[in-house]
Design a protein around this ligand. Structure first.
Ligand SMILES: *Cc1c(COP(=O)(O)O)cnc(C)c1O
Length: 383
């Protein structure tokens, strides 16, 4: 049966009908009054979602573009930066920083484990002459389903006083609280195909006053991702370059939906679905990759021992047309990942667990009581 596919990957995420219909509208000019009106509304709602009064700039890029912009606008060649690396995305920010000639020090943890805030504290405390200019942390490490303890790491950054805190919030923003003003986060990047519930194409970066101060002396080369023109244009309710205007229509629609649902309800929903997913997987006697106390609200990684992860994934796709994500790098073939980010309902969680159970049976894994996965998830969802 066609046209019944279901995305349970951590991006692109499912798109609600209101946003799909908005995408189908005739484009409008990005220098028109109509666009400016929409831009103003969208920016207001983005600040609400980001819990900030800082600038939230909108780029035509994927999430990586937002992070690259964050890294290259506020730093200078040779600057020392600490990068948290416990998965694919942390490693990527180290690569970006290295590509621009920054002096990168990685703080690593095993994939599937959270970053140790003490390791950041030790480096920051030892830096008496304030050479560390930025600390770059991936909040929700999508490659492993681990949520890093940003709050504690950031507290150590604040104690240092000089370093900027730059955050990849691509799969935490819109899934759990990222209180930018309360925590004084300087640079926070995210992308439209994740918690925003619209297709790929837009990226967002919030910038603090402290970061703008650093901008004045930062000397890395930049043009398309130079954030000053974005700030200047935002003051005139537009973008410096032609944006995907239809994505703006869709974003306008989904931000409205988010405001209707309310921030706390959105976070609670992600928490509940995360817990239900984990309970369901446990009900099937499949091991989870990360521990409960550092589980990402957006994605659950499963590391099956007695059955091939890729066999489960391909069966779920072939038989039920549900897309799950595989593992990356050395976790390829070792794990599969269930995305529960954005436009995901409780029904979707029961559905994907039921499909996983049926697929496990089909490929000969029977180390569970029939129905135990869905039953365990339903119990959590009913609480
Ligand atoms: C998806 C994602 C990104 C951005 O990836 P793009 O492909 O550039 O959009 C960055 N960080 C994390 C943690 C992600 O999940």
């Amino acid at each position: 049966m066609d046209d019944k596919s279901m995305l349970m990957i951590p991006g692109p995420t499912p798109v609600p009908e209101r946003a799909l219909l908005a995408l189908a509208k005739h484009p409008i000019g990005h220098r028109s009054g109509e666009f400016s009106k929409m831009f103003a509304e969208v920016t207001d709602n983005l600040k609400w979602l980001h819990q900030t009064q800082n600038d939230v700039l909108i780029l035509t890029a994927s999430g990586t573009g937002a992070m690259e912009a964050g890294i290259i606008n506020f730093l200078s060649r040779g600057d020392r930066v600490l990068v948290g690396c416990n998965g694919k995305f942390g490693d990527r920010w180290a690569e970006v920083a290295e590509a621009y000639g920054l002096s990168v020090e990685k703080i690593t943890a095993e994939w599937g484990k959270p970053l140790d805030p003490e390791a950041f504290r030790d480096k920051l405390q030892a830096d008496k002459d304030k050479q560390i200019k930025a600390v770059i942390v991936t909040h929700s490490e999508t490659s492993t389903g681990v949520l890093n303890d940003l709050e504690t790491i950031n507290r150590h950054v604040k104690a240092h006083g000089e370093a900027l805190i730059m955050v990849d919030a691509v799969t935490s923003l819109g899934a759990c609280s990222v209180p930018i003003d309360e925590w004084e986060l300087d640079v926070v990047g995210s992308g439209s195909q994740k918690g925003y519930m619209i297709p790929p194409g837009l990226a967002f970066v919030s910038v603090s006053a402290k970061a703008w101060e650093a901008y004045k002396t930062a000397d890395l080369p930049r043009y398309y991702l130079d954030l000053e023109p974005y700030r200047k244009s935002a003051g005139k309710q537009t973008t410096p370059f032609t944006p995907p205007v239809n994505s703006f229509f869709a974003l306008q629609a989904t931000l409205k939906m988010m405001r209707e649902e309310g921030l706390q309800n959105i976070f609670d929903r992600h928490e509940r679905q995360k817990n239900a997913t984990r309970a369901g997987i446990r009900g099937l006697n499949l091991p989870l990759l990360g521990a409960d106390d550092c589980a990402s609200p957006a994605i659950t990684a499963v590391a099956p021992a007695d059955v091939e992860a890729e066999a489960v994934r391909s069966q779920v796709k072939k038989r039920f047309d549900i897309a799950l994500a595989g593992g990356q790098e050395h976790l390829k073939g070792k794990i599969f990942r269930i995305g529960h980010l954005g436009f995901v309902s409780d029904r979707d969680i029961l559905c994907v667990l039921g499909a996983i159970e049926a697929s496990l049976s089909a490929i000969g894994y029977s180390n569970f009581t029939p129905g135990a996965g869905v039953a365990a998830a339903a119990k959590v969802l009913n609480q």
